[in-house]
Design a binder for this molecule. Structure first.
Ligand SMILES: *Cc1c(COP(=O)(O)O)cnc(C)c1O
Length: 242
C-alpha cells in the first residue's frame, strides 16, 4: 500500500484548510466554528505517524477492526492521538469502541446505545456521540430517518456514559449540488428543531461534508467536516464507506 508522506499531507492540509476558510468567509462564519476531522481509513500506521508528525491529533476511521489495529500499532508511541469512529457499528463490536475511541459519530439504534453505555461503564469511560441521520433517504445508507431523531434523543438521554453532542450524515454522492444541498438543509433544520424543543443533549456539532462536498457543507452549517482523500490521497481498492 502507498502511504501518504509528511510532505504530501502538509501540502494537502494547507489546501484543505484554505478552502475551508474561503467557504467560511463566503458563509459569513468564523473559521474557528468548523473542525477538520482527517479520515485515515485504508491507510496504514505509517500514514498515521505522518499525520501525527504534522500536528493531527484526531483521526477518523470507519471500521472497527482497522481502528483497533492502528491503535495497537501506534498507541504507545503516540499516546495523545485520539480516534473518532465514523462508520456503522455492530452491537457486538461496541466494546472496542468503548475502549479506544474518544468519539463515535454513527449512533443509529437504541440497542447500540445501551450496549455502548454498558461497555463504557465497565471501562469507566464516557464517549462523545453523534446520531447518524439518513438525510438522503437512500436505502443503502445507515442512519435514522430525520423524523425519528427527536424521540431517539429522549430515549438515549438515559445513557449517562454517552455525551450526545450532535448529528452526522453522509449526503447523496452526486454531482448535482442541488441534491447534496437539500440533504444538508434537512440536517440544519433537524438541528434547529432539536435545539428549540430542548431535546436532551447538546446539538452543536453537525458533522457533514467530505472531500467532494465539504465547502458546500460549510456553507450549510457544518461544524465538522470529515476529509480523507483530499488530505491523504486516493484510496486503493473499492470505496465502501456507508
Ligand atoms: C471515508 C469517509 C469519509 C471521507 O471520505 P473522503 O471522500 O475520502 O473525504 C467521511 N465520512 C465517512 C463516514 C467515511 O467513511
Amino acid at each position: 500500500m502507498t502511504e501518504a508522506s509528511i510532505e504530501q499531507i502538509t501540502a494537502n492540509l494547507a489546501s484543505v484548510r484554505s478552502r475551508m476558510a474561503a467557504a467560511c468567509e463566503r458563509a459569513g462564519r468564523s473559521p474557528d466554528e468548523v473542525r477538520l476531522l482527517p479520515v485515515s481509513k485504508t491507510f496504514g500506521s505509517d500514514t498515521v505517524r505522518a499525520a501525527h508528525a504534522v500536528g493531527i491529533r484526531l483521526l477518523g476511521e470507519n471500521k472497527v477492526q482497522e481502528v483497533q489495529q492502528k491503535y495497537r500499532e501506534t498507541h504507545e508511541e503516540l499516546p495523545d492521538l485520539e480516534w473518532a469512529v465514523i462508520g456503522h457499528l455492530q452491537t457486538n463490536k461496541a466494546k472496542v469502541v468503548a475502549q479506544l475511541a474518544s468519539e463515535f459519530q454513527a449512533l443509529d439504534s437504541l440497542r447500540l446505545a445501551a450496549e455502548l453505555d454498558k461497555r463504557l461503564r465497565n471501562a469507566d469511560r464516557s464517549l462523545t456521540v453523534l446520531v447518524q441521520v439518513n438525510s438522503s433517504g437512500e436505502e443503502s445508507k445507515y442512519g435514522l430517518d430525520p423524523e425519528q431523531v427527536p424521540a431517539f434523543a429522549e430515549e438515549i438521554a438515559q445513557y449517562d456514559r454517552l455525551r450526545v453532542s450532535g448529528l452526522m450524515t453522509l449526503a447523496v454522492n452526486s454531482p448535482d449540488l442541488t441534491m447534496v444541498a437539500e440533504n444538508f438543509t434537512v440536517m440544519t433544520e433537524l438541528q434547529e428543531r432539536l435545539r428549540s424543543s430542548g431535546a436532551p443533549g447538546t446539538w452543536d456539532d453537525l458533522s457533514m461534508g467530505m472531500s467532494n462536498d465539504f465547502e458546500l457543507a460549510i456553507e450549510h452549517g457544518a461544524t465538522t467536516v470529515r476529509v480523507g482523500t483530499a488530505i491523504f490521497g486516493t484510496r486503493p481498492g473499492p470505496d465502501v464507506w456507508w
